[in-house]
Design a protein around this ligand. Sequence first.
Ligand SMILES: Nc1nc2c(ncn2[C@@H]2O[C@H](COP(=O)(O)OP(=O)(O)OP(=O)(O)O)[C@@H](O)[C@H]2O)c(=O)[nH]1
Length: 767
Amino acid sequence: MNDLIPLVNKLQDVFNTIGSDQIDLPQIVVVGSQSSGKSSVLETIVQKDFLPRGNGVVTRRPLVLQLVNTHLGSMPPSSVSSDGTLNEAPDRAEFLHLPNKQFFDFEEVRKEIETETARVAGQNKAISRTPIHLKIFSKNVLNLTLVDLPGVTKIPVGDQPTDIEKQTRNLILDYILKPNSVILAVSPANVDLANSDSLKLARQVDPEAKRTIGVLTKLDLMDAGTNSLDILSGRAYPLKLGFIGVVNRSQADIQINKPMADAFKAETEFFQNHPAYRAIAHRCGTNFLAKTLNTILMNHIRDKLPDIKAKLNSLIGQTQQELTSYGDPTFTGKAHRGSLILQLLTKFASDFVAAIDGTSADISTKELCGGARIYYIFNNVFGAALDSVNPCENLSVQDIRTAIRNSTGPRPSLFVPEIAFDLLVKPQIKLLEPPSLRCVELAYEELVKICHNCGGKDLSRFPRFHAKLIEVVSDLLRERLGPTSDYVESLISIQRSYINTNHPDFIGGGGAMSALERASQKKKKDVDRTRRLSAVNMALAGNGSDSPAREENPEKPLSSAMANLSVHQAAERADRDRERERLNHVSQHGGPNNVSTSSVNGSPHGPFLNYFFGGPQQRSDRPILQESAHRSGNVHNVAKEMVMPKTVLDGEPLDFDKKLDHMTDSEEFSNLNEREDMETQLIRSLITSYFNITRKSIQDLVPKAVMHLLVNYSREAVQNRLVATLYKEELFNDLLQEDDNLCAERAKCKAMLDVFKNAFTIINEAM
Ligand SMILES: Nc1nc2c(ncn2[C@@H]2O[C@H](COP(=O)(O)OP(=O)(O)OP(=O)(O)O)[C@@H](O)[C@H]2O)c(=O)[nH]1
């Protein structure tokens, strides 16, 4: 059973080689306030002067101290000579940071601790968390593993930061929080136990006091007539592992270099002769403390070993898995290079295809990825961008009027000319081009993104190969970007090259007219209602100029006159609308010279469209228009308005120079006459209708083109392109260069796995 402590020491050594603290090994951690006597306790246990001494803060780095008993029986067979005599080895010390050096002079050990402390924590009083590992081999020690920690300080001195107390406490807590640590709480007997920092800290992490052992130092310094019997017998402060009293060398003893053996003797005599402690002398002193600690540590290790074994087992599994994820280095042998390249390349290509198709094994449930993002671009991004285009964007009334006027050339405008519609709608269709080209770009960018995520962890081993694969696929995609964009551009040009007014979904002249008619009918109804209302109002108010109501409200005649005026205008407009309706009816259902347009061009919109745009039947319409117009004065005016400028109709004298100056005068345009207003509205609704048809087909065609020319093309070509570009013997070496960091990680992982396996074997053999 005494082998358990060397076993833990062995494990500690094994773990130290890789700096791993994944296994919480059983150890005794010495905790106490500054100058409470921690170092003195350790020195008495070791029976050597080897720790730095001085005023104030001395222990500034954790010291992990492994004590190895070299007494016969615990020594390896090599210590016994062939004639059976013991080759008694002298006591010695070894530091982990000086693996090839053995110390036989313990004064040297003290100096080395001081040098090593200063090297890491600086010359002044700062502390460091990095431990110093020291191993002491002696026939006078029991196997023990102890950690000496900096004492709890209250007031910063020297270079110490203002939060030194917090830093020290945190460092101590890091060690004693581990459930496998036994806490050796050192408190000086000449200070009230209620103020003991070590017991306060221990209670914080071990509230049931199961793994805390109390040590009372400086019992010899207590005031005369007082003693700590209550504490030592467990009555004052109950700890499961109890309290042990010790008497170390005083400062004066140290100064006169009092030998350890003498100090040991003096301590024994102190307890045996002390009236209060005489009865418990056998349970006091450093010797008893060392034995107790040895037993406690062994029991503790025995209890914790099964857990440690289980933990090691799972660590071996995890590390093995991690090592596999770095790839098997043996597979990179020369004979396998080709097949490895092919395997990785195929994996990359199939990842690319799977990401597009949405068949990847590791599909995300958190965000859209791969092909789904392309669908989102088509459906949501591109769809929304097209929908946001206003069919009459940048198309002012002036533009429409100018187009109509320009398209009639020097002739007076007879009908709304088709050429003006053509002229106006083409630039509007061009508005669909930027979102369509952006859609191609977005799909391209998405494919580039997809290819960056292909290949998985296997390829992370070979960063050059990975970069090359991405480069080849990116080149392929870039090659396809040009033709796809060109095609999409030509789709827009195709739409602009021929304005198909015979499209079955096109509203046409007839549809546009009907819409205007309906609007006009509604307006007329509103006007009639207003007229009736005002007549009723007038009747109610009376007509006499001396009406009292009129006197009461002087504004009324004006508003009434305005109402009458607008009613009159509305009535006139309504009359004209009715006459136009009648003319339409005549032209559609036969008049003396009617020729059915549907029979001429087969379009249901024919008659109306041709009525405005001029068409095969425009000549046959004209006599009807003129004949009908003669029947009514109003209609006569309307008909005249449709073929002549209003100023001529009104008979105003024309100032040619002025007119020429104001050829594009906005005021003139903004004061549209009724016919111009109607023409403008008509053109607008025709543009909107035609634009919507084109938009629909572009919305349908662009994604198809992108899929065919970019996505599906690259999806199908990727594997061949990769093989053709990269499967070349002369490239293998370069492509299979492993990442340096990864090599280092793998080596570290491998070392860790070896350590865990080694530790597992050590425990297996001991149990
Ligand atoms: N008389 C007497 N003096 C003691 C006893 N224990 C420690 N001392 C003295 O108390 C002083 C501090 O002891 P250390 O062992 O250095 O205390 P420490 O807790 O290790 O101090 P730091 O490492 O600086 O935190 C030294 O001068 C010791 O000689 C004791 O039991 N009796």
